[in-house]
Design a protein around this ligand. Structure first.
Ligand code: ADP
Ligand code: MG
Ligand code: ZN
Length: 489
């Protein structure tokens, strides 16, 4: 890119999954009827007093722990004043000079650049309401259900060097907060994870940062990556044409795939921050802070490195297994003391069949599909050659369907026997099916013999059907080719 490099820093807002709002007792619930979850405090009525939600503080500290931040013994809420229709108090309660936590880092998986993205810090604040522009013709509606929902804001240092890296860092952040700390649903569509991206370009390796642009209105990880790529190109072209980049805030238009100016630097507002007089300092003893670690799993990076070391997994396989700590535990339970050959097959079944079933039913845990001991038995049968990857997958689905229907559940060996899933290498039955299929399709056999070799696929499908999916496809192919040759000769 003509000697220029892109520099990116992210500001991320994440709604905490508390039962009630940050400073009042109103429920936190997405999709409730507009303005049904409000009270004098979150409506900003005169005289109403906020009280900090302890569960929100606990979740924020857990988030800080998984991100490796240093939690401050004392932090302070401040008022950030501005006018906006969806901000009834006329100010937002947030943190600034003394935030909940500082520092920390997101470690990218080694297949994703492997480097460390430093964090500036993490602070607590309240969300604003929502302005809805497309509900009433010519008017804007305001829904204050979201006003006062607890948020954490996480700011990275400008350590990212490409739009792809920014995307990886975000998915790592989501993984950490949603599945490891379990503090948020991190759902970009519902707005429980929101991202502003800052980007600049500079001569590669330069010490100073270039002029930055902030991009808002990013509603998916794909949008973040595409908006940053567009903006990087736009800035590079400007500089190449000898025109400076303007410091501004831009909006991403996903439909057009481009950014446009929202406001320039000169309009930057003075928020007149001052300490929130109605709330005490947030004081956390060292033992409280440590206590909030309880139950947190090892970090995904540690789990990934262990899987690579212990079982020789590829980085990719390790990352997929460490997607959630529960999935990694499930693998460990299935593998027990067995070797890496076993672990690789188990991992492939978890990433493949088990994940497919979970996707179809829209979530849940691996053990809801099959118990780890059942998975282990399926892997054993595969290693013994009794099941192929196809029949093992079929057995897994049948076990899950039995469980879903309730009622008595066959164990793995019983199921394999009853359903005759054990691999049919038995030459007699295979040739019987092949003969039946070829005998029943004289026209196709004639066309195959006169050169239409694509028909092999048709015959294979028919034989697999005749075997109810039990036959080993490779054996079927060999047997069919031999039989068709014989018929030709
Ligand atoms: P502000 O307080 O005005 O929002 P910050 O200094 O806190 O500004 O930075 C906000 C975000 O912008 C951070 O993620 C930071 O890493 C990033 N950032 C700051 N300067 C640059 C730059 N020149 N290029 C890219 N990102 C930047
Ligand atoms: Mg900012
Ligand atoms: Zn309220």
């Amino acid at each position: 890119m003509n000697g220029l490099e892109t520099v990116i820093g992210l500001e991320v807002h994440v709604q905490l999954r508390t039962v009630s709002k940050m400073f009042c007792g109103c429920a936190v619930r997405f999709g409730a009827p507009p303005n049904s979850l409000v009270c004098p405090v979150c409506l900003g009525l005169p005289g109403a007093l906020p009280v900090a939600n302890e569960e929100a503080v606990r979740l924020a500290v857990r988030a800080a722990h998984v991100l490796g931040c240093t939690v401050n013994a004392t932090s302070e809420f401040v008022r950030k004043q501005y006018f906006y229709p969806d901000l009834p108090k006329g100010y937002q309660i947030t943190q600034r000079a003394d935030p909940l936590a500082r520092g920390g880092a997101i470690d990218l998986p080694s297949t994703r650049g492997g480097h460390r993205v430093r964090l500036h810090g993490l602070h607590l604040e309240e969300d604003a309401g929502k302005s809805i522009h497309d509900r009433f013709e010519g008017a804007t509606a305001v829904d204050l259900n979201r006003a006062g929902v607890p948020l954490i804001e996480i700011v990275t240092e400008p350590d990212l060097r490409s739009p792809e890296e920014a995307r990886f860092a975000l998915s790592r952040l989501k993984q950490l907060l949603e599945h490891y700390a379990k503090v948020s649903h991190c759902n970009m569509e519902e707005g429980s994870l929101r991202v502003d991206a800052n980007v600049s370009v500079r001569p590669a390796g330069a010490g100073n940062l270039g002029t930055r642009v902030e991009i808002k209105n990013l509603n998916s990880f794909g949008s973040v990556q595409r908006a940053l790529a567009f903006e990087g190109r736009r800035m590079t072209q400007r500089l190449a044409a000898g025109r400076p980049v303007e410091a501004e805030t831009r909006l991403y238009d996903a439909a057009q795939g481009r950014t446009r100016t929202l406001r320039g630097k000169e309009e930057e507002r003075d928020y007149r921050y001052f300490p929130e007089p109605d709330l005490p300092l947030v004081e956390l003893s060292a033992s409280e802070v440590e206590g909030f670690r309880r139950g947190l799993p090892a970090s995904p990076r540690e789990i990934e490195e262990r899987l690579v070391r212990q079982f020789g997994f590829s980085e990719d396989r390790a990352c997929q297994i460490a997607a959630t700590p529960e999935r990694a535990e499930y693998l460990d339970a299935a593998v027990g003391a067995r070797d890496s050959r076993f672990a690789v097959i188990a991992a492939n079944m978890i990433i493949g069949e088990v994940a497919a079933v979970l996707n179809r039913r829209g979530g849940g845990s691996e053990a809801d599909v099959v118990e780890s001991a059942e998975l282990a038995r399926l892997v054993e049968l595969r290693l013994q050659g009794a099941l192929s990857s196809r029949t093992a997958a079929l057995a897994l689905r049948l076990l899950f369907e039995q469980a879903a229907r309730g009622g008595r559940r066959l164990d793995v060996d019983e199921l394999v026997r009853r359903r005759q899933l054990s691999q049919v290498e038995d030459a007699g039955r295979l040739s019987e099916w092949v003969d039946r299929v070829l005998g029943g399709s004289p026209e196709e056999v004639r066309r195959y013999r006169s050169g239409d070799r694509k028909l092999l696929g048709y015959f294979m499908g028919e034989v697999m059907r005749a075997s109810s999916g039990r036959a080993d496809p490779e054996a079927v192919r060999r047997r069919l080719e031999r039989a068709l040759e014989e018929r030709e000769g």
